[in-house]
Design a protein around this ligand. Structure first.
Ligand SMILES: N[C@@H](CCC(=O)N[C@@H](CS)C(=O)NCC(=O)O)C(=O)O
Length: 266
């Protein structure tokens, strides 16, 4: 088992981002092993000796607590191993059901976002070309064919998840989050707005990552690896406040220097 946690993660993936958000917030040192669909899955299956279950990333190898296979479990693990001086509990007692429900709503958006992304990759060669990893660009048309094959493979692998969601469901989730954040209970003592009781929790992180589908965060973020989804563009004005809320949350808690990790607690 590793000395520091090892996160096997897919750069473009929103679920990897959810796990990274919680780890970063809690100032936890970890190393990243990049994952590529298809080839990476085989490698991971061999490593885990797991041949039956559907395998997804992120996966985290922890020093003492075994292997965590879900972004949600990784975030909960991060909550128990915080190195942040002034950390709040991202899963406060008594709020677990509510947080799980916001996470499920975030997943509904992201399932739709993934299927829209895969469809746009398969229907637009320009979008497809943008997704060729820099290290594979020398392959030329073969690189394009490879990314298209991966997109088709992802479409099949996640067909069931895609069938459970839709644009309407995703927009309903955004409207629900928007209404919750506009409500009087959302306003915390620090002037920030949060989905549950005016206090930062994993619900905020899960939903902020879901807003990536609506509009990816600015170019300096790792999130910009994800191309914008045309299907959501007509709704960006309706959800401008939700996008601004996400920007502020990312800027404060997902920044690379992560000021909160060095600040002394009062
Ligand atoms: N329930 C999982 C979902 C993770 C998930 O869907 N991961 C996808 C992200 S696109 C993945 O692993 N894709 C790459 C692959 O299937 O090879 C979690 O929250 O960790």
């Amino acid at each position: 088992m590793p000395v520091i946690p090892e996160l096997v993660s897919l750069r473009i993936s929103a679920w990897s981002m959810k796990a990274r958000f919680a780890l970063k917030y809690h100032c936890i040192k970890y190393r990243t092993t990049p994952y590529l669909p298809v080839f990476g899955e085989l490698k991971l299956r061999l490593r885990l000796w797991e041949w039956r279950r559907k395998l997804t990333v992120p996966v985290m190898f922890t020093p003492k607590d075994g292997v965590l296979m879900q972004s949600y479990d990784i975030a909960q693990w991060a909550d128990r191993h915080s190195a942040r001086p002034d950390a709040v509990q991202l899963f406060p007692e008594g709020k677990e059901v509510l947080i799980a429900s916001w996470n499920a709503k975030s997943d509904a958006v992201l399932f739709f976002g993934r299927s829209a992304l895969v469809e746009s990759l398969l229907s637009d060669p320009a979008v497809l070309r943008q997704q060729i990893p820099p290290g594979l660009r020398w392959l030329g048309p073969l690189g394009t064919a490879l990314v298209a094959a991966i997109a088709r493979w992802l479409r099949d692998k996640y067909r069931e998840e895609s069938s459970r969601t839709s644009l309407t469901k995703a927009l309903d989730v955004f409207r629900e989050a928007q209404a919750a954040l506009r409500g009087p209970d959302a306003l915390g003592p620090d002037g920030e707005r949060h989905l549950i009781g005016g206090v930062l929790s994993y619900a905020d992180m899960a939903m902020a990552v879901a807003v990536q589908a609506l509009k990816p965060f600015g170019p300096s973020s790792a999130a910009s690896a994800r191309p914008p989804l045309k299907v959501f563009q007509p709704y960006q004005a309706e959800f401008a406040d939700l996008i601004a809320w996400r920007d502020a949350l990312f800027a404060k808690y997902f920044s690379t220097d992560n000021e909160g990790c060095t600040k002394k607690s009062d």
